[in-house]
Design a protein around this ligand. Structure first.
Ligand SMILES: [Zn+2]
Length: 463
């Protein structure tokens, strides 16, 4: 049994309790402290799921199961990850964790394979710090401040601040306690969001924090999808009785989330299924979804009924544009309000770049024209009418779009390379025939053949 174990504060992470314990004991190195804590063993200092919890509970409280349960429910992030799991899986994960085994838990719950990252730098709320100091005379790290997607304090609605403790840069076994110097060292906000976005951020933070409480409404992913589908139906996002109205839903997702999206994007590392995979959650409940996806769904369902919908003629559907970019494996662009031309411009520029690259890589070659780019854009032909608002997109278009002559040259070069590949004799007449270029262009084709052969000869010479 430990000779001393500190009092634990409301919503304090067990990581924080152990970090304070280390500070209170004074002078122990990380490894010395770990050996003292775990009777000679070492466990990684994980913020959400501290390992060897059975050893800690036994040495702090004895063999009481109730104390062990309270320690898990009130001071770790286990419930957050088990919230949307089936009852049997949640039960086995819990007993696994309670027996001191934390490795593999995030894999079992599907969170390890999610593209939603865990918090790197620990966060705090300035108002909470004042309350902690007044009530307890010391500071601590709260679980609710350090969940993915939490940007503001769920209690005070204050934007969270970043401390200098970066969990990814610390030693694996380091527990670092909160103090004023650490909290104020960086002294900048997680993000500087406009006041009108804060209520949405607070709602999301509150719902996420609610997932930390123990829950007994576990059900299968298919049942969760059926529940969501029933609510979507009630909200009127259906075409007929069984088909979801994708377009209407996408517009509403843009409407609800476009304001907060730029501030949330750091949580998502190159998601292939896009920001908030609502359609996958409704249609493909087999794949695992992160608790943050469910929090986004809950917020969406609560807001979709009351949010003002912008007239469709005024918006470019950024949600679809973004999906297009993600589907093609491109880095996710960011966007702000749907009427924010600068944000729209950035998204479209990235999508246009992507499409232009796709067209350029196609074989046989296709001409990169503005019409062809627009045809492939999910926003249809509207872009052309709005180019005066979209300087970055216009610049990319002007750089990539080919003249007829540029394209002919590229096509001729491609045909020549095909002839080389197939070992056919290269003649101007044969190239003209396959590329469909008129006789008047013969001299240019001959010149391109000469250039191609020269380039080949110089390459061979260089080798
Ligand atoms: Zn607070």
């Amino acid at each position: 049994m430990y000779a001393y174990f500190p009092e634990m504060y409301p919503d304090e992470s067990l990581y924080s309790v152990l970090a304070r314990l280390r500070t209170h004991l004074g002078g122990l190195s990380s490894v010395q402290f770990q050996r003292w804590l775990y009777a000679g063993l070492l466990h990684p200092a994980d913020f959400e799921l501290v390992g060897g919890i059975n050893v800690i509970a036994y040495n702090a409280y004895g063999t009481s199961q109730r104390d062990l349960d309270a320690l898990i429910d009130d001071h770790t992030g286990l419930n957050y990850y088990l919230r949307y799991q089936e009852a049997s899986l949640a039960k086995s994960c819990r007993s696994m964790y309670a027996s001191g085994e934390e490795r593999g838990l995030l894999i079992w719950t599907g969170s390890a394979t999610s593209n939603i990252g865990r918090v790197k730098a620990l966060r705090y709320c300035s108002k909470c710090l004042e309350i902690m100091h007044a009530s307890y005379g010391e500071f601590y790290w709260r679980r609710a401040h350090n969940l993915p997607g939490s940007l503001v304090c769920p209690d005070h609605g204050c934007p969270l601040c970043l401390s200098s403790v970066n969990l990814y840069r610390l030693g694996r076994f380091d527990f670092i306690s909160a103090d004023m110097a650490i909290c104020r060292a960086r002294d900048h906000l997680v993000c500087d969001m406009p006041p009108e976005v804060i209520p949405l951020a607070q709602q999301l933070a509150k719902i996420s924090a609610g997932f930390l409480k123990a829950s007994d409404c576990h059900q299968s992913r298919v049942d969760w999808a059926a529940d969501y589908m029933a609510k979507i139906r009630t909200l009127g996002f259906m075409r007929g009785t069984t088909m979801v109205d994708d377009k209407k839903l996408a517009i509403m997702v843009s409407d609800v989330y476009s304001g907060i999206y730029p501030y949330l994007k750091d949580c998502f590392c190159e998601r292939r299924d896009g920001f908030f995979p609502i359609l996958s959650m409704l249609r493909h409940p087999k794949s695992g979804f992160h608790p943050l996806d469910h929090a986004l769904m809950e917020v969406f369902l609560s807001r979709a009924g009351s949010t003002r919908t912008l007239p469709t003629s005024r918006i470019i559907n950024l949600y679809e544009a973004e999906h297009h970019a993600i589907d093609a494996g491109y880095r996710r662009p960011c966007f702000g309000d749907v009427e924010d031309w600068d944000a729209i411009d950035r998204v479209l520029r990235d999508v246009v770049l992507l499409i232009a690259d796709c067209i350029r890589s196609e074989q046989p070659p296709v001409r990169i024209s503005r019409v062809e780019v627009e045809r492939r854009l999910p926003v249809g032909g509207r872009i052309g009418k709005r180019l005066q608002h979209l300087p970055k997109t216009a610049e990319v278009l002007s750089r990539y779009v080919e003249t007829a002559q540029d394209f002919q040259s590229r096509r001729v070069r491609w045909h020549i390379s095909q002839f080389v590949r197939l070992g056919k004799p290269i003649t101007a007449a044969a190239i003209m025939k396959v590329s469909g270029i008129r006789f008047t262009q013969r001299s240019r084709i001959e010149q391109l053949i000469v250039e191609f052969k020269d380039a080949g000869a110089s390459e061979a010479g260089a080798d």
